[in-house]
Ligand binder design. Sequence first.
Ligand code: KIV
Ligand code: ZN
Length: 515
Amino acid sequence: MSEKIIIFDTSLRDGEQSLQASLSVREKLKIAFALERMKVDIMEVGFPISSPGDFNSVREISKNIKNTKICSLARCLDQDIDVAADAMSVLKDFRIHIFLGTSHLHMKYKLKKKFDDILNMAIRSIKRAKRYTNDIQFSCEDAGRTSMDNLCKIVEQVIHHGATTINIPDTVGYTLPNQFGDIIHTLYERVPNIDQAVVSVHCHNDLGMAVGNSISAILSGARQVEGTINGIGERAGNAALEEIIMAIISRKDILKVHTTVESKEIYNTSKIISKICNIPIPNNKAIVGKNAFSHSSGIHQDGVLKNRKNYEIISPKTIGWKNVQFNLTSRSGRAAVRHRMKNMGYKDNEYDINKLYESFLKLADKKGQVFDYDLESLAFIKNQNKNSEYFRLQDFNVQSNCNGYSSALVKLICGKKIVIKSATTNNGSVDAVYQALHKISGYSIFLKNFQLIAKGQGKETLGQVDIIVKYNNRTFHGLGLSTDIIESSAKAMINVLNSIWRSKQVSLKFKKLES
Ligand code: KIV
Ligand code: ZN
């Protein structure tokens, strides 16, 4: 059996300390539960001396998390160590993580101490932490820029006095993979008692090397890896744990180690952390980005339809991502369009693929992404152009005051008639317009997502509204653009209403055929 890599998550400490506003205890608990479900081996949940809020959240997490080892951070100061132990005291077994700068720069300019003083502080702190636990992690802060002689000396001493995990951080993300791997390798060669501790690494991403450096360290013998989900953290962030975990799983042929993390929880955990921390995941982020498994070009989509392995090294299901579909764009080929129609239950003889593909390309050029319901209406509804839209905005009027009270009157062309409805809400003008529109359409829809972005600059700036709506278990997308953001919002919703209307026409048509 291969050796296990201990996965140490520090999203709630190194990740959280980089956020603009600290998280509430409730939010931290939600993240801690997600990490527990993901079965990370250890979670570092705070720096209790740093604030009463941090102390309190470490205490609450310690009370609630049952299956993951909890760890808290402390400087080499008695009070830090005592407070960290106090915050976790409800637990029988916990880890104290002590850190101290060991690089020339940190010793001279930050700590203003000589190496011998650093050594003594470290030893003293290990002894202090031993009063509370046998699980003591020591970090040589800025190890990436620490002289190898000093690093070997301090590592040997702290192990000798009781540190059970030695963490080697590349605090400023300065090292390169071969260099960082060499540091770990040298520790194994030169520190006589190194086998009495677990060697851990903690890499920052300033040069974009955090994951590469961590993997290089594993190859050199490190057996604990620290990081955060989505790579959140100080400056350019920490090593993204989901990337390290998936590298361990998918490249065991080379790495020859394993992890016991539940990879199927990665997607969910990543979403939770992104939402709570208010840090969107870039579309092209490895493993968890929106495009990580979406194939765009016709050649790739066709290749994946023939065998997913042609262009996929990981199945999205491995990280718990179900129902990944191709984005249908102007780069998609016939095979992808036909496949999507088949997924929706349409047989090849129910539509003309050549005609459909031709109109699909025209729409994709205009719209960018084409959705299921667009395909259906292209395939089954004749003479579609803007003037043949069933719902068209004729006019609207809104009034609102600063207490949130708003009323809207909307005039909508519905087929051949004009319908006028009004609505009042205490939730703002857009909501009032949406209520009036719903009264007119009668569709019972759920607004899942509303996004407003400014397009352009100065007076010409347009407000673009993108909405995602659920109707009868189907998802519809709407887009509206105008200099007036109420009008863009109304247009986006009318866009959706027309898509729903067309999809209803398609269902009616098929019901007729079936009967
Ligand atoms: O980056 C770093 O050096 C740290 C230490 C506290 C481990 O976060
Ligand atoms: Zn760090």
